[in-house]
Design a protein around this ligand. Sequence first.
Ligand code: NAD
Length: 481
Amino acid sequence: MSEIEFTRLHIGGEWVDALDGAEFETINPATGEVITKVAEAKAADVDRAVKAAREAFENGPWSRMKPKERAAAIWRLGDLLVADQDEMGRIETLDQGKPYSAARNGDVPTAAGLFHYMSGYATKIEGETIPISAPGEYHTFTRREALGVVGLIVPWNFPLTIAAWKVAPALAAGNTIVLKPAEATPLSALRLAHLALEAGIPPGVINVVPGFGSTAGAAIAAHPGIDKVSFTGSTATGRRILEGAGGNLKRVTLELGGKSANIIFPSADIEAAIAGSTSGIFYNAGQACAAGSRLYVHEDVYDQVIAGLKAGAEKIVVGDGFDPASEIGPVASKEHFERVSSYLEIGKAEGTVVTGGGRVGDKGYFIQPTVISDLAEDARVIKEEIFGPVVVVTRFKDEDDVIRQANDTRYGLAAGVWTGNVAQAHRVANKLQAGTVWVNTYGIFDPSMPFGGMKESGWGREMGHEVLHDYTDVKTVCINI
Ligand code: NAD
């Protein structure tokens, strides 16, 4: 087993065992071997964490800190993440499988950037004065207040980055936190809690409860002492969380699945479109909610794009994240490997496998970058989210028809458009039902860009100033003067 420093629950600033002493194994998906055992939170542990978070919210130093002091602590957490890049990157690669270069130079700085960006908002959460017309004289204004205790439930594809998407704005707004990482990837969230304490974020502000969805996750969703839950993961789990949250009608943000359409028009720079579409689906082994997993290619450039995509997919080096040559790692767990593999079989029956279609090697959970074409519009691999390195390609003739097909999905997370025509870029971007549309690029994220879904891809937004609305409530104060 590898040396891992933080493997216990983090509650009230202490590292503690689960009340029933339970533990679970976290597995390296590149080898199938156990990395370490982690304390497993159940409902009673979630309850302890909620109490610690409530105490920190009501009575702790956090609630008395000036916005500027809160901002400084959040900024310091960003700095500490940068300083911790090597170890945090190592942990993320061990636990999640992604290449060390991507974890160390991508995910960790991205998370740090989130804390740096959001720290500035701690001093800029403002209300408004309202000129009201009721008879009499009044001074009326709004205050934006922290919600209280927020429950953050995070998936396993970008364990640290998605935790940062939620933790950073929750802190900037003054909330306290119960954070549940995914059972497949608990380690980086625990280390983040350690760095937060070092940064001067007081004990009890960030509590981390690794555990399973049906126990710890469900307990967070249903807990009457939690004021809001922010969840990223599958649409099916999002529905379960909504049901749980109904008890105390807690606020809910959901960032769910996607089956994002990526459209290549013939006027585009085709080489750039091929390169962007290749990384747009295969980055992180396709385990990205915004992955461009449905590619629509105009008939005039279809053969060229298919050839380029095939060559691009076959050039990608799939291997252990600690091998510097690896460009993509395994998928994150055995369960997910089996799920993606079953979709490869469905794809083979439904269409033509242009390249890929199988596993790489015989140990670990590696899957070949796969391109599937010649599919019916209602093929399952077109309709259902695979969440792996698999792109389905469809040929189209005209703009209206491709917009119809792109929107013919229950999801609405992201989309891509490649075109040399500015008017077409605007026209198509306006008509696509997606929370983010990238034009002549794919997969650009920035802490200042709101990200989230339309339709069944979710509610609310992460990042940008929009996210602060999801972590604050408005109070109207009306004073008779
Ligand atoms: P999931 O939605 O089940 O898991 C995500 C998180 O939710 C984990 O922390 C999990 O423990 C927790 N969870 C599970 N059941 C819960 C419940 N009943 N109550 C509260 N929390 C619960 O996702 P998964 O099964 O690990 O992955 C399946 C699919 O989810 C993927 O194939 C993909 O479609 C989707 N997914 C989407 C994203 C995204 O970024 N939008 C990320 C990961 C997975």
